[in-house]
Design a protein around this ligand. Sequence first.
Ligand SMILES: [Ca+2]
Length: 130
Amino acid sequence: MKFAVLLVVYTAIICTNVRDSVQQWDTTPHTYVTSRIVYGVNAVCDGAWTDWINLDGPGGAGDEEYLSEAAAQGLVCSSPTAIQAQTVNGIPAEQTGQFIFNHNPYIGFNCINNHQTQPPCLDYKVRYCC
Ligand SMILES: [Ca+2]
């Protein structure tokens, strides 16, 4: 009898923990993505913008301004909520006419030279909302 009661309690604890984990995975990303503008000149920042970050140039494959590299250098938090990108001359990325491959706060930013009708990519800088 003691074994049966213990088994029921143990099963209830496990099921509760699994259900809570699933609820976190199901609800958090959807709310996060759909409730706000997360990139571009109109990106919403409820925290504070970092300084502008420019770790790469357009040589080679293109201009790569990845979140992981900026975070590794301590220039940005690990989970920013928004990103803005502009050329080093201050033109917003979405107004340059270039095809931008990534422009989001989850990966960062990159422009690939051979995706452009007139390569190379311009030199971009990014900032994140933390
Ligand atoms: Ca750059």
